[in-house]
Design a protein around this ligand. Structure first.
Ligand code: CP3
Length: 357
């Protein structure tokens, strides 16, 4: 597919650890409920209807890009990590958080999952990506994504968000082999889905392991790391075989040790706000993304400026000529004032630039 030439490649360079004049910036969940234009569309359409209708998903993806021109350095396709379980035949509703009508209860339930030809049922995501690439007209790169197998497994077993992850952890410790079989089937689906997203036009990929930090380092190394490592290796290999070149890949394993996450060989590791980017256990050859506490955006302009300045100084020590993508340490929350997010972007531009003091 051919698309208009890219005018801003800051994030692609930073994700590969290359020099940039300032840190590129985007925020997780940048198309979401804090934006009045999103809430307006959302009143008319069900969440997954938005995801499944390429024209609407494209409109939503472009909302923050149109609102913050020249301030935001990437678009992320509007979708959800739960589209993979859906494509495997599970019913997921959003009311207001995700609810699976029939979660997996015991390992035998895995037989109901349709893991073949997953990409055929996800064609709507690819169509949305291609349409968005065209409408972006080269303004900024487009990020594709998926959930990490462990995080997806949690939702499929818990049936929604859970604080304790009691049921999914029961699987890990009671049925470790069957858990690994499920994780493996999800891994294969994730690889095909990410490759399909690049074929459709995605220029950067992020894997979200939002529940990574709920595992001990030992269990993370057994039940998450091998699968996210297979994803990066598998995607790189298939992209090369198809002549699609190399696309930078980001692993965001929230709460997990970044040093451990870095062993998976992604180009960039995402940090949440509990990590100091100067932590000496993080290898130097990986680029970093993060990591402002999203709650700082509730503190008003003074606090935002102060905290962004501090964050930039810390990353300057960790990555002196960048190789850093500025972001929040997790998704933006619904109550944020969109003007305060604009101020966040302006502060990142100012304090991350290499000629700022
Ligand atoms: O970042 C973006 O702007 C792209 C779109 C995106 C969404 N979800 C849209 C969304 C992305 C990248 C995701 C990822 C996602 N989805 C994750 C990983 C990141 C993270 O936050 O940890 C997870 C765990 C999910 C599953 C999910 N989807 C949950 C737990 C929820 C409810 C929580 C909430 O924020 O309300 C969703 C719903 C969801 N996904 C919304 C959006 C904009 C809000 C729902 C709505 O509009 O009603």
């Amino acid at each position: 597919m051919s698309f208009p030439p890219l005018k801003n490649d800051l994030i692609l360079r930073a994700a590969r650890g290359q020099h940039t004049e300032r840190a590129p910036v985007w925020v997780m969940r940048q198309a979401g409920r804090y934006l009045p234009e999103f809430r307006e569309l959302r009143q008319k359409y069900d969440f997954f209807r938005l995801c499944q209708t390429p024209e609407l998903a494209t409109q939503v993806t472009l909302q923050p890009i149109d609102r913050y021109p020249d301030l935001i350095d990437a678009a992320i396709i509007f979708s959800d990590i739960l589209v993979i379980p859906q494509a495997m035949g599970m019913e997921v509703l959003m009311n207001p958080g995700p609810v699976f009508t029939t979660p997996l209860d015991v390992p035998e339930d895995m037989q109901t999952l349709q893991t073949d030809h997953i990409n055929e049922r996800l064609q709507y995501v690819f169509d949305a990506i291609s349409l968005t690439r065209t409408r972006l007209a080269g303004r900024v790169p487009l990020i594709g994504f998926c959930g990490a197998p462990w995080t997806l497994m949690c939702y499929m077993i818990e049936g929604g968000a859970s604080k304790t992850l009691q049921k999914s952890k029961t699987w890990l410790f009671k049925y470790p082999d069957q858990s690994k079989a499920l994780l493996q089937r999800l891994t294969t689906a994730c690889i095909a889905f990410l490759v399909g997203q690049v074929e459709a036009g995605a220029q950067l990929l992020q894997v979200f392991d939002s529940n990574g930090g709920d595992l001990s380092p030992h269990d993370f190394a057994q039940f998450s790391l091998p699968y996210v490592a297979q994803i990066v290796d598998g995607v790189r290999q298939q992209l090369e075989e198809r002549g699609l070149g190399r696309v930078p890949m980001i692993l965001f394993a929230k709460g997990a040790s970044p040093a451990l996450a870095a062993t998976a060989n992604y180009d960039t590791v995402g940090l949440d706000w509990t990590v100091d980017p100067r932590d000496s256990s993080i290898p130097r050859d990986v680029a970093l993304q993060g990591n402002l506490d999203p709650a700082v955006l509730y503190g008003g302009r003074g606090a935002i400026e102060r905290e962004v300045k501090r964050m930039c100084a810390e990353f300057r020590v960790a990555r002196p000529t960048t190789g850093w993508i500025a972001n929040l340490g997790h998704g933006i929350t619904p109550g944020v004032d969109p003007d305060d997010l604009e101020w966040f972007f302006q502060c990142v531009h100012k304090y991350s630039s290499l000629d700022s003091k």
